[in-house]
Design a protein around this ligand. Structure first.
Ligand code: KG4
Ligand code: ZN
Length: 322
């Protein structure tokens, strides 16, 4: 079964064709990131206008790359929520029209659950990973930081989430404070790799006994550090960035491992833009090995917003409904 996926929840416009829920035949992503950069964050009105311009082009390209025509599609899957309302509306209207015209089913999927499902996708001759369920899923993106218990692809139960900022949002805000531009994640990741010994330390609120996160305090801690060192010339941007990252990576890793132990689950799935972070990957891989867990990250392009994850999860939704 071939499913056409459509994803337009934030600043990306993406279309993808996925076979039998796992094999990615094509995945085309257009981003309006450059149009938002000078504002330091995504402007919803700009995002949805670009999506209106891109959606047809991106979908045509995805079908071409997959070598299938519209008639060769068995169903259309689209991101229903969460996301920017105008952006979601572009994708949902487009996917609904296609489904109606082609007389093929329309499946609406949750964006966060799709981020975790991205772990099950593969392309080309790549061997698919063996990731048994139940699993614990950690989604870390610009809008979300949540832990789920996944018993099967129909059931994602929320067991913890951020009480304020998302992890990616904290990266973006800290990068703004440090004058590093937008988005903050990739640049802080790169800068932190240049730092060895670090005498600067921050700590994220541990919220002990809870599976929730809090990342708003860490951003304020960075701001106060900068304000307390007005004469530091040059200001140690790299060390501050690395210390911020260490504290975020530590709390994400330790809470995820703790939840796996509590739930007696051996599989830990990671998803969302922050899953691309090299320090998070390293620390989670190390802690998982120490704790006898299988930890899995999607391939880098599938950590970010993409339609392949939507088409993939859509396959399981449609299979379950028959
Ligand atoms: O999942 P995503 O593409 O969009 C949302 O659904 O939010 O995630 C975007 C977020 C941004 O906040 C960005 O700064 C962060 O992911 N990000 C990273 C890295 N690459 C992207 N954060 C840390 N390290 C990275 N390498
Ligand atoms: Zn996302």
């Amino acid at each position: 079964m071939r499913i056409l996926g459509i994803e337009t929840s934030c600043d990306e416009t993406s279309a993808s064709v996925v076979e039998n829920g796992r094999k990615v035949l094509s995945n085309v992503v257009a981003t309006s990131l450059k149009d938002h950069q000078r504002f330091g964050g995504v402007i919803p009105e700009i995002a949805s206008r670009r999506q209106l311009e891109y959606i047809n082009i991106v979908t045509t390209q995805a079908l071409k790359d997959a070598g299938v025509c519209l008639k060769g599609i068995d169903a259309v899957a689209v991101t229903r929520h969460p996301g920017l309302i105008g952006s979601l509306l572009v994708g949902i209207s487009f996917a609904s029209s296609l489904s109606y015209a082609l007389k093929k089913p329309l499946i609406k999927v949750n964006h966060i659950e799709a981020h975790l499902y991205a772990n099950y996708l593969y392309s080309g001759d790549e061997a698919p990973a063996d990731l048994p369920l139940p699993a614990v899923g950690l989604v870390v993106s610009g809008g979300h930081s949540s832990l789920f218990y996944i018993s099967d692809f129909q059931h994602f139960r929320l067991i913890g989430e951020t009480r304020d900022d998302a992890a990616g949002e904290a990266y973006d805000k800290v990068a703004r404070i440090l004058g590093l531009g937008y988005p903050g994640g990739p640049v802080i990741d790169k800068l932190a790799r240049t730092v060895g010994e670090n005498d600067i330390k921050f700590r994220c609120a541990p919220l002990e006994g809870s599976s929730d996160f809090s990342f708003s305090g860490i951003k304020t801690a960075v701001l106060y550090h900068q304000q307390r060192h007005p004469k530091a010339k040059p200001y140690p941007v790299e060390k501050v960035a690395a210390a911020f990252q260490d504290s975020v990576v530590e709390v994400l890793t330790e809470k995820s491992v703790e939840v796996c132990k509590k739930k007696k689950v051996k599989t830990l799935l990671i998803g969302g833009g922050v899953a691309a972070n090299s320090a998070l990957r390293e620390r989670l891989n190390r802690r998982a090995a120490e704790s006898g867990l299988i930890v899995h990250f999607p391939p880098l392009p599938l950590c970010m917003d993409n339609a392949a994850m939507v088409a993939g999860l859509g396959f399981h939704r449609i299979s379950a409904s028959h």
